[in-house]
Write a protein that binds this ligand. Structure first.
Ligand code: GLA
Length: 393
């Protein structure tokens, strides 16, 4: 609860008054289904106990001011300015400090939901338990907490899917990161007892109990501390390769292809584009298989699917790094049932599904491998599915 305390403290420093409330939203891990969301495919994430908190209060003017414990200065603009600031031109940096484009972008996206735009100004102070740059969706947690605060203060009466869509607009159009909708949906639809199976084309969801606890299993997160960012570089290139591949196949998105299309794909495109396409097509199938196995026989059966997902990201999609591969290999060698990198890649975290009695042994083994390789010490912890946005105070 330190981040809740920090958000209140920062709010007091900023305004000399009490907030109207404090709202929070969780980060996420993705069990399986990577780089499938922007291909209109399937994902199976769950919200984690780590949360971001937004202490907020109405103002009696039309200004919005955001402050964060990880930024030196607050940023303040008028609500009307939001429409001139955003959308950020494609390929350029936002006209405000990047961290502030997340909360301000959410305010901009939510304002667009009301035709008369008669919203009042707000002060918002943000603090977070979600490690930044670890592939655990610290940005979706910020978006979810701010969206929950503004939705209530502005009496918008909106559902979790609309909250998620506002977060995604902030990410895509205010920050300029070309991400899909998985992280925001995972955060706003979080449940304490289940993962969220999401069809990213229809936005239909189904809660899938992981069954980890009853099966005596724990999900370990191994944060490699290799920071990543998705607004530039490799993430965008992967997305472009997928779009190119779908175009060559003559389909709207890779969601419309199956493994039966792979021979045709191989003949139509260069080797690199083909391997990107093969990752997405096979990963969609692995998500469906994981859901089927969890429902039919429980979590012990999903290990090989996690392992195959990692191999596909390492070899075909080429988004893993040495630290992630070392974490996965060491966890498996020490007895994990399955392991894979989670999130967008190029750094961040791996997950490992481990018997409860083996947690310490697997963590020790991973730490030892990191020391021997000369890597920065990883941050290792367990996570359980957790609830979505809520009002804490
Ligand atoms: C990041 C993005 C998501 C998704 C994943 C990869 O987390 O924000 O939209 O594309 O990478 O699965």
């Amino acid at each position: 609860m330190t981040a809740l305390h920090d958000a209140r403290g920062l709010f007091a420093d900023l305004t000399d008054r009490e907030p109207d409330g404090v709202w929070s939203a969780p980060g996420r891990v993705n069990l399986i289904g990577e780089h499938t969301d922007y291909n209109e495919g399937f994902v199976l994430p769950f919200a984690i106990p780590h949360r971001t908190f937004a202490a907020a209060a109405a103002r009696d003017d039309d200004r919005i001011r955001v402050a964060s414990t990880f930024a030196e200065q607050p940023v303040e603009v008028s609500l009307r300015d939001l429409e001139t600031l955003f959308p950020t031109a494609s390929g350029s940096a936002p006209a405000v400090p990047e961290w502030s484009a997340y909360p301000l972008g959410v305010a901009w996206a939510l304002r667009a939901l009301r035709a008369d735009r008669t919203m009042f100004g707000v002060d918002i102070a943000i603090a977070s338990d979600v490690p930044v740059g670890a592939g655990l969706s610290s940005s979706a947690a910020i978006e979810g907490a701010v969206a929950a605060a503004l939705a209530e203060l502005w009496a918008l009466g909106i559902d979790p899917v609309t909250l998620a869509q506002a977060g995604r607009r902030a990410e895509n159009e205010a920050v300029g990161a070309p991400t899909g909708i998985m992280d925001q949906m995972a955060s706003t639809l979080g449940r304490a007892d289940a993962a969220t199976f999401l069809d990213c084309r229809t936005l239909e969801t189904r809660s899938i109990p992981t069954g980890f606890e009853a099966a005596g299993l724990e999900l370990l997160v191994i944060d490699t501390r290799v920071k990543h960012a998705h607004s530039t570089g490799g993430y965008r290139e992967r997305r472009e390769a997928c779009e190119r591949g779908a175009g060559l196949l003559g389909i709207r998105s890779l969601r419309d292809a199956t493994t039966a299309d792979l021979p045709r794909a191989a003949a139509l495109m260069d080797d690199t584009t083909f391997r990107r396409v093969r990752h997405v097509i096979t990963e969609n199938q692995r998500v469906l298989d994981t859901v089927a196995v969890l429902e039919a026989e429980g979590p012990h059966g999903i290990g090989q699917l996690l392992v195959a997902s990692h191999a596909s990201m390492r070899d075909d999609f080429e988004i893993s790094v040495a630290e992630l591969d070392a974490a996965v290999d060491a966890a498996l060698a020490a007895g994990a049932i399955g392991a894979r990198m989670t999130g967008g890649g190029f750094g961040g975290a791996a997950i490992a599904l481990v018997e409860r009695t083996q947690v310490a042994a697997v963590a020790d083994a991973v730490e030892r491998v990191f020391v021997d390789a000369g890597f920065t010490a990883p941050h290792i912890f367990t996570v359980t599915p957790s609830e979505g946005p809520r009002r804490d105070v």
